[in-house]
Design a protein around this ligand. Structure first.
Ligand code: F6P
Length: 386
């Protein structure tokens, strides 16, 4: 007869079985994380299973596959995710279509049951705030979760940096560089919209690196009076063109965000600010304006060197955390080190651009306008309306 303590010892020492899943929007560097998790696991003698298409993969047959070295060969530099992803697979509010009608059902029990049936020891969840919030809820139901933060927006408070951000900023900066030539040739105002949801990190970094004249951030509501002042000063100094970088979450003082799509129960899609700003500037100045939206280009392409490194470090650290017995935490980048933070805390706060940050200060010192309301401007506007 095998004693209880012996059974326990065998259970503890049996090679671990871990799952890895990517959820939410894709982001350059996801494959580098998957590779690090797979190699880190296999090199410890564990089995690693890839779950396809977000948490949905735990709801269907044939969506979970054992991953080996061959599966992750040659993917560190590739964009996208070999596992596929979705931002519609929330098992707590799963959308089912029946008789032409869509209804939401809670299938979280099914996800937990499948996880247990597979005898997984832990689940590595690579995602942004939405996906990690679902992971945190699944952790409450008994799934041991290790989160890996991903988003081009860099808007998670618990980590100083997310992989994908550097690549997105590089793509946006490259676009701004290219716009300079055409803006100058035609003496136009070019307004370019970049991603970032309700935080202005991509707009700020690419705007400063790309030498923009005006940068519009969600953190600093703008006025046209202020933008026009900056643009007129360019023409007065015979720099007859201007580049405006607008975060998709930028908005005028007292105004609302610009949405492309808003539907109950779904994450609203921001968009349209660049077109609006360009039209208004065309009306308020004698200059020709054009707008463009960089959109999903910012999520594509090869991850930059620094994103590959960060992604690899986070993936390897996630496996290390499992080995050390840590659960329900997120690996994070803090003070140039990878640490773990409780998952529940990690998904609580969004990281926006601090208005007193040195980069904002430096940008202002160099003459970049944030379209900020000038002292006395509110008063002048009010008097004008009378
Ligand atoms: O969070 C990443 C992000 O690319 C945002 O910057 C953007 O607002 C959103 O995702 C777009 O999402 P979707 O893939 O649904 O268009």
């Amino acid at each position: 007869m095998v004693r209880r303590s012996e059974t326990k010892r065998r259970l503890i020492s049996r090679p671990k079985r871990i799952g890895v899943v990517t959820g939410g929007g894709d982001c350059p560097g996801l494959n580098a994380v998957i590779r690090a998790v797979v190699l880190g696991g296999i090199n410890r003698g564990w089995q690693v299973f890839g779950i396809e298409r977000g948490f949905e993969g735990l709801l269907y047959e044939n969506r979970i596959h054992s991953l080996n070295r061959q599966n992750v060969r040659g993917i560190i530099h590739t964009g996208g995710t070999i596992l596929g992803t979705t931002n519609r697979g929330n098992p707590f509010r799963f959308k089912m279509v029946e008789g032409g009608h869509t209804r939401e059902v809670d299938l979280s029990d099914k996800v937990v049951a499948e996880f247990k049936r597979r005898r997984f020891d832990a689940l590595v969840v690579i995602g942004g705030d939405g996906t990690l919030r679902i992971a945190s809820d699944l952790a409450q139901l008994g799934i041991p979760v290790i989160g890996v933060p991903k988003t081009i927006d860099n808007d998670l408070a618990a980590t100083e940096l997310t992989f994908g951000f550097n690549t997105a900023v590089t793509t946006a900066t490259d676009a701004i560089d290219k716009l300079h030539a055409t803006a100058e040739s035609h003496e136009r105002i070019m307004v370019v919209e970049v991603m970032g949801r309700y935080s202005g990190w991509i707009a700020l970094y690419s705007g400063v690196a790309g030498g923009a004249d005006v940068i519009l951030l969600p953190e600093i509501p703008f006025t046209f009076e202020s933008i026009v002042r900056k643009i007129e000063s360019r023409w007065q100094s015979h720099r007859n063109f201007a580049i405006v970088v607008a975060a998709e979450g930028a908005r005028p003082v007292g105004g609302d965000f610009f949405f492309k799509h808003k539907e109950a129960g779904k994450e609203p899609r921001l968009g349209g600010i660049a077109e609006y700003v360009a039209e208004e500037l065309g009306r308020l100045t004698p200059y020709e304006t054009r707008s463009l939206v960089l959109g999903h280009l910012q999520r594509g392409g090869m991850p930059s060197t620094s994103d590959r490194l960060l992604a690899t470090r986070l993936g390897a650290a996630a496996v290390r955390a499992i080995e050390l017995g840590e659960r329900n935490c997120m690996v994070a980048y803090q003070s140039a080190r990878i640490v773990t933070v409780p998952l529940e805390r990690a998904v609580r706060e969004m990281k926006t651009v601090p208005l007193d940050s040195d980069i904002i200060l430096s940008a202002k010192e160099l003459g970049i306008s944030f379209g900020e309301e000038a002292p006395g401007e509110k008063e002048r506007r009010r008097n004008k309306r009378k």
